[in-house]
Design a protein around this ligand. Structure first.
Ligand code: NAD
Length: 352
């Protein structure tokens, strides 16, 4: 099969980790007989430098005409305090592609158990949770107001039934592909918007009789993630709660250099990226961990292209290389073999 993939390397370590993912995707092409057409484009700080804009129209056009987008990361100190922010490119491209959901799987690999901040006893049942976060609504996009004299400010949390329904559907569909347990997280004891959220999720559950839906307040969900993360299969929540809970679940899984994410909308064209940022402190040193980007590419193959076997092959190759004791600096421990970004990607490609 043939697919068009837009590549946005971005800033900092972005070009190194995206190159690593391309190395692995080329090995997939060869092994499975597919054709991936890559088109590289600019977003973030590098786009500000080249075009004066974090998200040039050309980038939007390339992404829209592709089957999916693979992103490295954007931003860095060079553009801190600049009138235009690299991160504005991220919000812009999500909007332009209508990507209203963000899926973050957090899996604790047994090889990296020591990297988790939780004690062994809390992890004895493992961790394999998918956080489904609403991405284009809620308080991050509501009305903002502030008093001219600076004495007050407000941000509006607003959700429509339609917005909750469409993210709910993604979450229920995701649960159907996993262990069929969905926890909807809200603050319905206080917030009107959360009561609408809870009512809509409960109504939607009637369409998914096989999925066991439960509700949890966000404060309790944070505590439960820290004390018994194995109880969760899929979590669905609003933009702001998802922002916080997905960072927490990622931290529990260990290094941010390992974890992927997918942003999806109404079409099959999604955007796939590691959860970490552009790591300017280690940019250009060939020491970044490319695994988060490589497994993001695996999510792309599975979720946007329907290539489950190929995605599984990538994840198995990653496990194999970890079992062979190869580690990048961020996940290095005693007795392991230290390897760089490029070499790690090559090892995964070779072991596909
Ligand atoms: P960061 O994730 O870039 O880095 C945090 C720490 O983790 C650093 O010490 C870094 O070296 C390390 N790290 C991150 N990814 C790694 C990898 N693949 N391998 C090894 N180590 C890795 O977060 P930050 O320092 O807060 O942000 C740096 C820049 O990235 C900022 O400009 C920020 O706005 C931007 N950012 C971008 C995105 C995105 O593009 N989606 C997300 C978060 C932050």
């Amino acid at each position: 099969m043939e697919f068009n993939i837009a590549l946005i390397p971005g800033d900092g370590i972005g070009p190194e980790i995206v190159a690593g993912a391309v190395t692995v995707l080329k090995a997939v092409e060869k092994k499975f007989g597919h054709k991936f057409n890559f088109t590289e484009t600019y977003m973030g700080g590098c786009a500000i430098d080249k075009y004066g804009e974090p998200l040039p129209q050309e980038t939007v056009d390339i992404c829209k005409s592709s089957d999916s987008v693979l992103l490295g990361a954007v931003g860095g100190p060079k553009w801190d305090g600049a009138p235009k922010r690299p991160e504005a490119g991220l919000l812009g491209i999500r909007k332009a592609l209508g990507l209203y959901s963000n899926l973050r799987p957090s899996i604790l690999k047994p090889q990296l158990k020591d990297a988790s901040p939780l004690k062994d006893e809390k992890l004895k049942n493992g961790l394999d949770v998918m956080v489904v976060r609403e991405l284009t609504g809620g308080i991050y996009f509501g009305n903002r107001e502030k008093a001219e004299d600076g004495s007050w400010a407000s941000d509006e949390e607003r959700y429509s039934v339609e917005e909750v329904k469409r993210i709910g559907k993604i979450a229920f569909d995701t649960a159907m592909l996993r262990n069929k347990r969905l926890v909807s997280v809200d603050k319905a004891n206080v917030l009107e918007s959360s009561r609408l959220w809870r009512r809509t999720m409960t109504e939607l559950a009637a369409e998914y009789p096989e999925v066991e839906l439960s509700h949890m307040y966000v404060d309790n969900a944070a505590m439960q993630l820290a004390i018994n993360p194995a109880q969760f299969d899929v979590i669905v929540t609003s933009n702001i709660f998802g922002d916080i809970l997905s960072d927490l679940s990622s931290a529990i899984a260990g290094s941010i250099g390992m974890l992927p994410s997918a942003s999806l909308g109404a079409t099959k064209c999604g955007m796939y990226e590691p959860i970490h940022g552009s790591a300017p402190d280690i940019a250009g040193m060939d020491i970044a961990n490319p695994i988060a980007t490589i497994v993001s590419a695996a999510m792309m193959l599975e979720m946007s292209f329907g290539l489950s076997e190929e995605a599984k092959a990538i994840n198995t190759a990653v496990d194999k290389v970890l079992d062979m004791n190869y580690r990048t600096a961020d996940i290095m421990s005693e007795g392991m073999i230290k390897t760089g970004c490029k070499k790690m990607a090559e090892l995964i490609a070779e072991n596909l």
